[in-house]
Design a protein around this ligand. Sequence first.
Ligand code: HBI
Ligand code: FE
Length: 293
Amino acid sequence: MKTTAAADKHGLAAGERPASADWTIDQGWARYTPAEHATWQTLFERQTRLLPGRACDEFVQGMQDLPIGAERIPDFRALSDVLLQRTGWQVVAVPGLVPDEVFFEHLANRRFPAGNFIRRPEQLDYLEEPDVFHDVFGHVPMLMNPAIADFIQAYGQGGLRAQRLGHLQHLARLYWYTIEFGLLQQRGELRLYGAGIASSYAETRFCLDEASPNRIGLTLERVMRTRYRIDDFQETYFVVRDLDALLEFTRIDFAPLYERVQQLPELQPGDVLADDVVFTRGSGRYHALKSAS
Ligand code: HBI
Ligand code: FE
């Protein structure tokens, strides 16, 4: 079947070119169908029941202060009005994954590219491309936090530099294990702040409630060495003291670190080292069962 660009659809058809060099498009808010708003509502309500006691205070506060509710997919302009005032960020619409340089350029300028489409009802629990639920529900509340706001901008700036230095995979691991799948300590407990977790019902429970995964103190060198899974729950989650620990990373020159990491063996997702600060040594059961079957 031939796919054509249709004005009533969200996202780009395969192989279709973006209309603008920075890949931004109109969110097309008025074109969301009742069924798409209903998918948002299902995801929103399920996640909102699960997050108290699991998401960090900063996430909960950010969500509360933003025009994000159960009934409708949020309008990016209304989100940007609030974000601009709080941390100088904006949300811009893109059709899905954009090339790395384009992504970094947006972040370096405090624009968060968010997918404008929403997953289909049969994909409620898993999809590969970041959709509006992952990007808005998962990422945008954290952009209300000044430390995260600066950290993600620095990631955009650092991404362009890491590309030039040939070390993008090392920097991308830091983003993955913090912004997407990070845990932090709060009042003697572990809480989530990563968007990949916050936007996933199953992973929210897995990362905090299950005996299977490792939970290990995060250091830059440790995460830069560690491969990650993109197709399943993480085998290891890395824990920071608080969000200001991320802000401290923005003051470090990563170039010498990249050189050091390059000389060290790469680590597998489930590895635990003798000098790790281990919060939980996971049973590894979940992934062991999967690879056995
Ligand atoms: N594009 N829309 C979008 N969202 C992302 O999270 C994203 C992207 N392009 C590249 C990318 N992430 C990552 O591969 C980089 O962080 C390395
Ligand atoms: Fe994401």
